[in-house]
Design a protein around this ligand. Structure first.
Ligand code: CTP
Length: 397
């Protein structure tokens, strides 16, 4: 993709450097426009080196006399991304003020525009900023909302710029940005994620191909929407989303105990984990030595945690998953009934472009009331938000 990246003046400029790097590494052609205040934070050289293109800073400094830059750039680009965008530039764009290279480019551009605001939460909540953002939203500008986090000024609130990878995902997916709502404030979401580890001896174990990405994305999505989130998983090479309480476990038995301890407090329980169905009968204290002939390891059934939750739930809305390779709907509906869940989210793990190790997923949600919802293929964070939106629509206590 050919991307114009507008950078305005805020401390989140450092994230724009990372964003430029991520976009170019992903094979996109990036041309950066910096405003005068962005130049107070960093020099154009950082962006020039990473984008391997000239950086535009001054509307009157034409790099090529044969063209008018802000017009030729708009003819060239597939999209315009402004990250970070300050309240000042939001205001200028909403009112059609063109006083620098970036705002002139915006007015001349007719393609998709994405903005990632970054500012103090009080500024973000000011009626003038809200009104300007609403104007831009109504005109089709896609707003990539900041998440909750530590702002430079010390507030913990909305205002921090979205993470560069999330901006890359949104921009390159070409999908409409769904505005994230704080619709899980005061709710507790309990999530299990990833594989379990069933020990054979101190150096060997049984596990499965689950990466945990879907469960971690659900934890992130629920947390951004205001929920307090408890995430139960084994030690995975994934960052625990900010604000999420992580309980580290290994085996199916550990996971079962952690779930039992935390299920009462939960409003929603999401079982995204790929729990081992069998575990060795005997766990050896010392490393097993090889002997002549073959070896059999006897396995016993583990507790079905989702089934336990289904049998013991009082007020919780229970979300199960079904990883299938064939007859997806039939098996998923079977699990819905057998495990007394409120919804089963089924995906075809036989399809390598989605599921387990993949960053993308696509799924179908089968609800207890007989209805179903399709979730199109997209990054797992987008799938997570859609899942939560449907669960919230169905209603829970
Ligand atoms: N699950 C669980 N405890 C287990 C096994 C599975 O809680 N011991 C949960 C999973 O977290 C998932 C759902 O049950 O939410 C379905 O898991 P899946 O592996 O698809 O199905 P199984 O019940 O194991 O059935 P099968 O092996 O026959 O497909």
């Amino acid at each position: 993709m050919k991307i114009i990246l507008g950078v305005t003046g805020g401390i989140a400029v450092y994230k724009a450097i990372d964003l430029t790097s991520k976009l170019t590494q992903a094979g996109h052609d990036v041309r950066v426009i910096m405003t005068e205040s962005a130049l107070k934070f960093v020099t154009p050289l950082a962006f020039q080196a990473l984008s391997r293109n000239n950086v535009y800073t001054d509307i009157f400094e034409e790099q090529n006399p044969a063209e008018i830059q802000h017009i030729s750039l708009t003819d060239w680009a597939d999209c315009l991304v402004i990250a970070p965008i300050t309240a000042a530039t939001i205001g200028k764009m909403a009112h059609g003020i063109s006083d620098n290279m970036l705002t002139a480019t915006y007015l001349a551009y007719t393609g998709p525009v994405y903005i990632a605001p970054a500012m103090n939460s009080k500024m973000y909540d000011h009626p003038a900023v809200i009104e300007n953002l609403t104007t831009l939203h109504e005109r089709g500008v896609q707003i990539i909302e900041p998440g909750a986090g530590f702002l430079a000024c010390g507030y913990v609130a909305k205002g921090r710029m979205s993470e560069p990878q999330d901006i890359v995902d949104v921009v390159t997916s070409g999908k409409q940005v769904q505005q994230i709502q704080q619709d899980l404030v005061g709710k507790h979401v309990l999530i299990t994620a990833g594989p379990t580890i069933e020990k054979i001896d101190p150096v060997r174990y049984l596990t499965n191909r689950s990466s945990g990405k879907m469960g971690y994305s659900l934890a992130e999505a629920a947390s951004v929407r205001g929920a307090s989130v408890t995430l139960i998983s084994s030690d995975l090479p994934l960052a625990v989303p900010e604000g999420v309480k992580h309980i580290k476990i290994e085996s199916a038995e550990d996971m079962f105990n952690a779930v039992k301890e935390h299920m009462e407090a939960a409003n929603i329980i999401i079982k995204a984990a790929a729990v081992a169905d069998y575990t060795p009968v005997e766990v050896f204290d010392q490393k097993m030595k090889k002997r002549e002939g073959d070896l059999s390891i006897q396995l016993k059934r583990t507790q079905d945690i989702l089934m336990y939750i289904g049998e013991h739930k009082t007020h919780q809305y229970v979300v199960g998953f079904a990883a299938e390779t064939e007859q997806v709907e039939m098996y998923a509906r079977g699990k819905l009934v057998k495990k007394n869940a409120d919804v089963i989210i089924a995906n075809n793990v036989g399809d390598k472009s989605i599921g387990f190790k993949s960053d993308d997923n696509a799924a179908t949600m089968y609800f207890k009331d007989g209805s179903s919802e399709e979730i199109d293929k997209q990054p797992k964070l987008g799938v997570a938000h859609e899942i939560l939106t449907h669960v919230i629509k169905k209603g829970f206590n």
